[in-house]
Write a protein that binds this ligand. Structure first.
Ligand code: QAP
Ligand code: CO
Length: 169
């Protein structure tokens, strides 16, 4: 088990499109375990492989209070989204300390595979629906900041770059 390094916005590697997983190997299991450890250690409620610089369609989520309900989504697809929308204040492990409102469909039906390659379908609402959409965006190279106004994006970009600078200085 290992805690992986998380890429920070505006790292261009966060904009890479993840490829489908084709082989359900012990190495995939290990990566999922490491992603879960990285998410719990942060602590966070969701992590996409893109955020740890692995450009494969893999997501881990745990929105439970007790942090004992790990959900793994390999090759996730949104089959349907509700017309109803809801605004939620989102954050992201790749954009630490930044939170802002994003409007998305309130409910989604997602099809994915588990770590063994078995296909399942899940209807999600509430926080899980927000988190799934946020993480699936990551696999498509999209960070939640990209839903905000250009002015906000520019401010966040500057804040993050300045913070990186201070680390090296
Ligand atoms: C995505 O985000 C998400 O800024 C998962 O300093 C967020 O786990 C989906 C985190 C909100 C739905 C709603 C953020 C940790 C964790 C920070 C996370 C921070 C430390 C974010
Ligand atoms: Co995120």
């Amino acid at each position: 088990m290992a805690v992986l390094n998380i890429l920070h916005y505006p790292d261009p590697r966060l904009n890479k499109v993840a490829q489908p997983v084709t082989e359900f190997t012990p190495a995939l299991r290990q990566l999922v375990a490491d992603m879960a450890e990285t998410m719990y250690e942060a602590p966070g409620i969701g992590l996409a492989a893109t955020q740890v610089d692995v450009h494969q369609q893999i997501i881990v989520i745990d929105t439970s209070e007790e942090k004992n309900d790990l959900k793994v989504f390999i090759n996730p697809r949104i089959l349907s989204s509700s017309a109803d929308r809801k605004t939620y204040e989102e954050g992201c492990l790749s954009v630490p300390g930044i939170y802002d409102n994003v409007e998305r469909p309130e409910r989604v039906t997602v099809q994915a595979q588990d770590v063994e390659g078995k296909t399942f379908t899940l209807e999600a609402d509430e926080l899980l629906a927000v988190c799934l959409q946020h993480e699936i965006d990551h696999l498509q190279g999209k960070v939640f900041v990209q839903y905000l106004s250009r002015l906000k994006q520019s401010r966040i970009r500057h804040k993050m770059l300045k913070r990186e600078q201070q680390k090296v200085a």
